[in-house]
Design a protein around this ligand. Structure first.
Ligand SMILES: Cc1ncc(COP(=O)(O)O)c(C=O)c1O
Length: 493
């Protein structure tokens, strides 16, 4: 066994991994990467079909990202943001603010005249840096909580302790990270059950899942369930009901937390077009702040329409009060996150020193220079016309390639949003009968894919394809073909 594999098995505890299974075999030890290709310690090559858990945008060992990090490294790697500013972090903050607001103008220009959608206009002006997706959400959560306490329930008219607690609403199946606050906002029972005693209670509301929606009266077809659903937007009715019920209790929701466009860890479940806009309009009408978790969906992942919109919220003209970014922020190179928010939220934390209105939150590596330098280079590449064109091409290639998978009886639903695809495996597509989790259908298929040189990780019975933007059309076709072959082999069809 390779020496690193040996050491790993001896000392390392892996995330979201049953270590008993892990210890049974030699792990793949990644030694190098270039573009969309990862090379292991034995020299075997793999395509990185989930962009190293949804982080990598332009491929591994990108010369411009490498150069930006090296250049910054020549100056300084890190100094504290507590009491000090640095050079690249404010540049990055300014750039993020510019993109977040300029994209909204583009969305506005693209909204057809006469559309019932009015662009929601809250300007994002301030950036709080942290380390990863969970902390980006944790920051938004604390800010929204404290803002609501101060503005909605100022000390003079504080309600009885429990009634005054700002309450949060998020989506069924939501995943927003693993810190205690972020877990509290989530609703994946399997992940959250163990920590129930540690968490605060947040409410959940039905999220669209057209393929398995109890209100969808359509029989299964060989197409994305969003396209042939037969329903009356009952999921939107549920959102309205939830907000109204909470209002009647005298303590309207402080914030509505959502992943725009599609829910990732829930199983790559996309929202039908128009859902996000309707749901957030309801939330706004009930005075709730909008917290958009774009940790996975940000930076062009959910599609590249004519304009260069980089955030999923803007596809439907939604401007949140909190925009949470991580994963792709540094192109998948370094752990860094950002929570963008409005002047109004910022102002609620201003006061005399002794008033202690300060936002009491921070991390040692907040606004890290290497991360900020990588993020600036990432944004430059991302906004270049070459990258936009490449993404548009890849989206088409992915769409065309996926069509062949409908021929497989174990493929129940294929859902693509931009450069994200979720392929839901079922026992029988005609009945949508699922595989039991203990059958490990998703894991078996991914293991078969790995043996054929393509790496990805399933979400239960959903196989994820999320290629880096530098993937060539031929590499992408290979990812899809290997997935098809692996479904046949692993599930014996
Ligand atoms: C939507 C979403 N939010 C938050 C997170 C947490 O991010 P991190 O793992 O960087 O803490 C994830 C991670 O997958 C995610 O998909």
């Amino acid at each position: 066994m390779n020496q690193f594999a040996h050491l790993d098995r001896q000392f390392v505890w892996h995330p979201f991994t049953q270590m008993r299974d892990w210890l049974r075999r030699e792990p793949i030890v990644i030694a190098e990467g270039r573009g969309a290709v990862l090379r292991d310690a034995h020299g075997r090559e793999y395509l990185d079909a989930n962009s190293s858990i949804w982080t990598n945008l332009h491929g591994h060992n990108h010369p411009r990202l490498n150069a930006a990090i090296r250049q910054q490294l020549g100056k300084i790697a890190h100094s504290s943001a507590l009491g000090l500013a640095n050079e690249p972090a404010p540049l990055l903050a300014g750039k993020l603010v510019q993109i977040a607001n300029c994209e909204l103008r583009i969305a506005k220009a693209n909204t057809p005249t006469g559309s019932k959608f009015k662009i929601q206009n809250s300007k994002l002006e301030k950036v709080f840096f942290s380390d990863d997706g969970s902390t980006a959400l944790e920051v938004a959560l604390k800010l929204a909580y404290e803002f609501t306490r101060r503005v909605r329930h100022p000390p003079a008219r504080r309600m009885p302790a429990r009634a005054a607690q700002p309450k949060f609403l998020s989506l069924a199946g939501a995943y927003h990270g693993d810190t205690v606050g972020a877990v509290s906002l989530g609703h994946i029972d399997l992940f959250h059950r163990s920590y129930a005693g540690l968490l605060f209670k947040s409410d959940q509301v039905m999220a669209p899942y057209c393929y398995r929606c109890p209100f969808n009266r359509a029989h299964p077809e060989r197409a994305d369930a969003r396209e042939y659903r037969k329903c009356h937007w009952e999921c939107i009715g549920k959102v309205e009901q939830r907000f109204s019920a909470q209002k009647k209790k005298g303590n309207p929701y402080a914030a509505f937390v959502f992943e725009p466009s599609l829910q990732g860890a829930a199983g790559m479940i996309p929202q039908p077009s128009g859902w996000l806009r309707q749901a957030t309009d309801i939330a706004r009408a009930h005075g709730a702040l909008l917290v958009a978790d774009e940790v996975m969906t940000g930076f062009g992942r959910t599609g590249t329409p004519k304009s260069e919109i980089l955030f999923a919220s803007h596809h439907e003209g939604v401007q949140p009060d909190f925009l949470c970014l991580a994963k792709g922020l540094t192109g998948g190179y370094l752990p860094m996150a950002a929570t963008l928010t409005t002047q109004k939220i910022f102002d609620a934390f201003l006061g005399r020193y002794e008033e202690f209105k300060t936002f009491f939150h921070g991390h040692s590596y907040t606004a890290n220079q290497l991360g900020a330098a990588a993020a600036l280079a990432n944004l430059e590449i991302l906004q270049g016309s070459k990258s936009v064109r490449a993404r548009q091409t890849l989206e088409k290639v992915l769409h065309e390639g996926l069509q062949a998978l409908w021929a497989l009886p174990n493929v129940g639903d294929i859902r693509q949003v931009g450069l994200i695809a979720g392929i839901e495996l079922v026992k029988n597509w005609r009945t949508r009968e699922p595989f039991a989790l203990r059958e490990r259908a998703g894991i078996r298929v991914c293991e078969a894919m790995a043996r054929r040189g393509v790496l990805t990780r399933p979400i239960g019975n959903v196989i994820v394809l999320m290629p880096p933007y530098c993937t060539t059309p031929a590499q992408l076709r290979k990812m899809v073909a290997v997935l098809g072959d692996s479904v046949k082999i692993a599930l014996r069809n």
